[in-house]
Design a protein around this ligand. Structure first.
Ligand code: SF4
Ligand code: MSK
Length: 631
């Protein structure tokens, strides 16, 4: 581990990126910056959501002279249908990830590649779902629980089981408003059906279905992914790690795992830790094997193994540009197809592993649950064999690296709070100590920072600036996905980052022994945040929407983020966005997503492309909620 001094600034990160960009130029290799330039100007109709390609009478574009498509659909219908399709696609992606993990649990066995690591978690879910556990083999229980989970995707009747975890107020509201999601796949299919040519053109109805299909993700597929991942690979606990490209090692075989589904990366990590593989690496002249992660696969692996994080979404090409990576092994989601062409400029093996994510030019090794460990060992061996092909004179590994404490699921937060409640035994196992801190004003509130990078804004700048400003204002941050990695790179997950905080948050961090930004995991783990807020609302005795707690995605880009934003708003949490949803061409849609949903769920979007203005509005929003609570 390197000696770390100071907090890395955004300018230092940008200097590293600029040097890597020079390397790309020297090699005539194209990166996202070049492609962004060649895409200018980006299509205004697309950006405003008023281009329709839903049927082959189109494409139809809305202009003042042509306010309706050939079928008569207006800007509100076209933008609304496009928005719902984005939410449905995002929900499908997260939920299918959750389904894959459910299938892995269904096949888990004592002597297979995958075992049950957290029996307590499994038994708790079994009890919640009414599965008999007495005198039963734990694997029989696991298979029945997985079976019930899989049925949640296609059951013909009823609404999702996980909704019962929400506050009573939310459950009643969702039922009364008709937005409680039914089977996960049904909500995705219904969304596609509603937006098919000749169906719904009422923008409000499309927004209501967006909330519903979003919830099928957050209170369905994503929650399933998180639960089953914890059962299979262990519920995360706080641990130390490091982040940024400086985690790559000049004298080791570097393997990067990238994507979202942890089932395969777990096996790569386990295989790389075997003595056989380490000895093999040493026999090839390497000092060892260094597994590092990108995007949410990094978040999953770091929370359970302390695997170090090479970076977030817009750093994926930079990782390869270091020239020090023997293999990038990907699973699903957020993977640039560009990695394949870029790999041609380096010795790096680019390996795809899922039938969901096939990329021309990659080495395709389809992971199977039954043979996952042997396949992972084969890939690690391939990476080791590739070590001798590294062109040492072409290697540039940036030195910036930050220490981080990661892994704060709800259980860990409760444990940390229990550690400071010895004199108040009745508060144990609850969020009451945190509530007291918010009530007294020591903490002003909390913000869930989530989401991606987006070339439309300065990468990571919004994340880092907003988090720092929140910390200074005594607002606790919980983070996931690429937002969490931005925080990691800036050192905000260090325990001594409390020095960057206002007096109140600093006192809480010192007392509880936590960093001011709590790493809660990957994108699917935003479902953990829904349970955290629900737990606080229950312990406080107020509805979620009254809490001084909000969500923020300043650099989002994925359809998954649209699904997330919808389930966060449906849960009653205001959501602050730094990138505009592509509906600006419809005044009705803009009104619906910022104000209209407030009449349905009590929450909505606040959109501002300026990160400084956005954080000011977050702070004002939190203070307003405090005022309404009379605190
Ligand atoms: Fe045009 Fe209507 Fe077809 Fe869309 S559905 S492409 S607006 S005709
Ligand atoms: S990886 S969805 S770029 S957060 Fe989850 Fe990052 Fe966004 Fe992908």
């Amino acid at each position: 581990m390197r000696e770390i001094k100071g907090f890395t600034t955004i300018e230092e990160m940008e200097a590293d990126a600029a040097r890597l960009k020079e390397i790309a130029c020297e090699l005539c290799a194209e990166t996202w910056e070049d492609r962004k330039t060649s895409q200018q100007p980006q299509c205004k109709f697309g950006e405003e959501g008023i281009c329709c390609r839903i049927c082959s009478m189109g494409p139809c574009r809305v202009t003042p002279k042509a306010p309706r498509g050939i079928c008569g659909a207006d800007a509100h219908a076209i933008a609304g249908r496009h928005y719902l399709r984005m939410a449905a696609a995002g929900s499908a992606a997260h939920s299918d990830h959750g389904r894959e993990i459910a299938h892995v649990l269904h096949k888990a066995s004592r002597d297979g590649s995958y075992q049950v690591k957290d029996e307590g978690r499994l038994l708790a879910l079994a009890a919640e779902w009414g599965v008999e556990t007495v005198d039963r083999d734990i694997y029989d229980v696991a298979h029945e629980v997985a079976d019930i989970g899989l049925m949640e995707y296609g059951k013909p009747f009823g609404t999702l089981k996980f909704l019962e975890r929400a506050t009573e107020e939310r459950q009643k509201l969702w039922a009364a408003e008709g937005i409680a999601p039914r089977a996960i796949d049904r909500e995705v299919a219904t969304s596609l059906h509603m937006t098919n040519m000749g169906n719904t053109s009422d923008a409000e109805v499309l927004v209501r279905q967006s909330l519903r299909v979003g919830m099928a993700d957050g209170w369905g597929g994503s929650m399933m992914g998180t639960e089953f991942t914890d059962i299979l690979f262990g519920t995360p606990t706080a641990r130390t790690t490091q982040g940024n490209l400086g985690v790559l090692e000049a004298d080791q075989v570097n393997i990067i795992v990238h994507g979202h589904d942890p089932a395969f990366s777990e096996m790569v990590v386990v295989a790389a830790e075997t003595k056989e593989m380490i000895d093999y690496a040493k026999s090839k002249g390497a000092a060892g094997i260094n597994i590092a992660g990108l995007c949410c696969t990094a978040n999953e692996a770091t929370m359970r193994h302390g695997v170090r994080m090479a970076g977030n979404f817009l750093q994926q090409e930079n990782a390869m540009l270091t020239g020090a990576v023997e293999m990038i092994c990907v699973d699903v989601q957020c993977i640039f197809p560009a990695l394949s062409r870029l790999a041609d400029c380096f010795h790096t093996k680019f390996v795809t592993t899922s039938p969901i994510c096939r990329i021309p030019g990659s080495i395709y090794v389809e992971f199977k649950t039954e043979t996952a460990f042997e396949q992972a060992r084969g890939l690690v061996e391939m990476a080791i064999d590739n070590y001798e092909n590294r062109k040492r004179d072409k290697v540039f590994i940036p030195t910036h690296t930050q220490d981080a404490v990661v892994g704060y699921p709800c259980d860990q937060i409760i444990r940390e709070l229990d550690g400071v409640t010895n004199s108040h035994l009745e508060d144990r196992g609850s969020y009451r100590p945190a509530i007291d801190a918010i009530r007294s004003g020591v903490l002003r509130g909390a913000v869930a920072m989530v989401g991606c990078n987006n070339p439309k804004v300065r990468p990571d700048y919004s994340h880092i600036q907003i988090m720092k400003e929140l910390m200074e204002n005594d607002i606790l941050v919980v983070a996931s996905g690429c937002a969490a990695q931005a925080a990691t790179k800036a050192g905000l997950l260090r325990l001594d980052a409390k020095e960057l905080c206002g007096d109140g948050l600093k006192r809480v961090c010192t007392l509880v022994g936590i960093p001011p930004v709590l790493h809660m995991g990957a994108c699917v783990d935003i479902s953990r945040m829904m349970l955290l807020v629900t737990g606080i609302a229950k312990d406080w005795g107020v509805d979620v929407t009254r809490l001084p707690i909000v969500g923020c995605a300043p650099e989002w880009m994925s359809e998954k983020a649209v699904a997330i934003a919808n389930y966060v708003v449906a849960t009653g949490i205001d959501t602050y966005l730094g990138i505009e949803p592509q509906v600006k061409g419809s005044t009705q849609m803009m009104e619906l997503i910022t104000e209209g949903t407030r009449k349905i769920t009590g929450a909505g979007y606040i959109i501002n492309k300026d990160p400084h203005a956005l954080v000011e509005s977050i702070i004002a929003g939190i203070e307003k909620k405090r005022g309404l609570l009379g605190i």
